[in-house]
Design a protein around this ligand. Sequence first.
Ligand SMILES: Nc1ncnc2c1ncn2[C@@H]1O[C@H](COP(=O)(O)OP(=O)(O)OP(=O)(O)O)[C@@H](O)[C@H]1O
Length: 303
Amino acid sequence: MDGMTLRRGEPHAHPLRRPRAPKRNQPVGSASGDGPPELVVSEVTVRFAGLTALDAVSFTVAPGSVHALIGPNGAGKSTCFNVLSGVYRAASGSVRFGGAELTSLRPHRVAALGVARTFQNIALSPHLTVRDNLMLGRHRLTRAGFVSAGLRLPSARREAVRHGARVAEIAEFAGVGDALTIAVGLLPYGVQKRVELARALCMEPRLLLLDEPVAGMNGGERREMAGLIGSVRESLGISILLVEHDMGMVMRIADAVTVLDFGRRIADGPPEEVQRDPEVIRAYLGDYGEGDSGGPSAGREQA
Ligand SMILES: Nc1ncnc2c1ncn2[C@@H]1O[C@H](COP(=O)(O)OP(=O)(O)OP(=O)(O)O)[C@@H](O)[C@H]1O
């Protein structure tokens, strides 16, 4: 299953047999020849004690699209991500990814279906090298058992070589190929965030959940990350659902936007429509204060 497709439209090519290593952001292939299925979130409700964090929220992430989930602080975005990745249970509603119902699955079962996630705060092992962190991302694809790996049986060695080559390829794609032997904790913040995205790609996902991928980055780092996310969509055909406060980035890279406010969906559609929606403008003005530049149409100049 891992890395068998060079790019969409070339389903039989094997990226590891290519004569030249891909340069940064060149296609590296996806998990399988299959495109991702739709992600259909239907009427999902989540309650914490007396608080309704998500109130019958519905939206659909089209296959191969970049879909942004936005909203003021406390709107329910992280709660939604946690439902999609199996961390929180919904009180009601469903989340279908192809033929699978995700709401009843635990996180490792959701991951096994090809749903990978990055976190708001970097969740890498800082003392391990980039290569080792990325190899950990391939854990679920590893077939060699503990014993055969420990005994360094030929089959386990061959598998390790194959995963190592794939890791190097994905690292090149993400622009961190030069850092494979460096401990993650020694790298600049923006590079660490790209390593995190690369680790998610190492799971050969069909759907990527990116939680504030450019939070804390400077302008240059933001542009690089936006370019990388665009490349993931264009080269790998992976669906991407992202939570992001940087509205400039959302409006530039998202194909569709869902807006939450107090746990309710208040808008859903193409970015240019959503940013003109009076209810969305009201929600943001309420959150940021009138005249503040943090509203949904404010960020075009950002990043
Ligand atoms: N584990 C929890 N227990 C109780 N309440 C929670 C829990 N997680 C979230 N909430 C509450 O649910 C609501 C939605 O929170 P959530 O973190 O999903 O919002 P968000 O849109 O991601 O906000 P932010 O942009 O600030 O990260 C908030 O009122 C929050 O306080």
